[in-house]
Design a protein around this ligand. Sequence first.
Ligand SMILES: [Zn+2]
Length: 339
Amino acid sequence: MTTGFSADISGHLPIRQRLADRLLAGRLQGSLVFTGPEGIGKRRVALELAQRELCFRRSACGQCEGCRMFAGDDLPFELPNLLRITPEGKAGVIRIDQIREGLDSTNQPRFSRGVIEWASLAPPMGCHRWILVEEAHRLNESSGNILLKTLEEPPEGTHFILITHRPEALLQTIRSRCERIPFAPLAPREAWAVAQRLGWQEADQDRWSALGEGSLRLLDETAFQRAEAQLEAWLALLGGAAFGEASGPLLPEKESALAQGEQLRQPLELLLRILADLARLRTGEAPALAPWREALGPLAAAPLDLKAPQEAILEALRHLARNLSPEPLLREVALSLRS
Ligand SMILES: [Zn+2]
């Protein structure tokens, strides 16, 4: 049986088909966790399941009144067959009140009732109840624990979908109760097709594709420029620039919605990619960050130890807690490049 799919989602067709088939056959688990890199469309695939049920044509056509509820950037938190739970407030966590009472960060009702109660209502006709937990790694211990019991045996017709690019940060008890659906990055041409639709120009294609690694994280021009500046900052530091001169783009932005420590994740992961490329070049392989080959070449030829910085980065990534001081941590990683 073929099912219609949204034309607005790129890629992942085999997974989407499998989810649709299993749902139709009544074989879709009540608790799922969608994993895979950030910005590849996991959330959109989850939404498509709910959208198809409200679509007048049952195909996520994107044209009808039902589909229109899912359109635009300001997707509602509650729809007749859907609840979206997202991290809230400055700390960026999913708090217990959000689950228990359905409140937002200012203690106003976000949902018509608490999540567990909502999950147990009878689904609207011809529908299931979908509960999306976005950035599920931001559940804390108490909000995670209150979800647990329901995740173990969701009410008939109700499906929880936890979405995360950091499954290792979920409570082990939650992980073990959910079926894991792993998503792969988009093919470069799938990702670039989306970028082109949004006005990105040919001249940026190679750099955009290399930095984004099959994700849509860098669709926003400012995000792309920031990632590129961070990459170049590391190349400068590797080339011997002083920390104070080159580190600007690596430091967290005060205004960002992301916690300061969390903002270090991207630059640190970029440095890991650079080091991996240097190792590749040393064995005669092509670098993944090919557009920066000219800067990478001489660094690969230099007598630079790759192991010490790699360890320093992995150690730093393990400790990206909320209250650390980002600058000393970055400085320490930069120092390891000198060893
Ligand atoms: Zn429709």
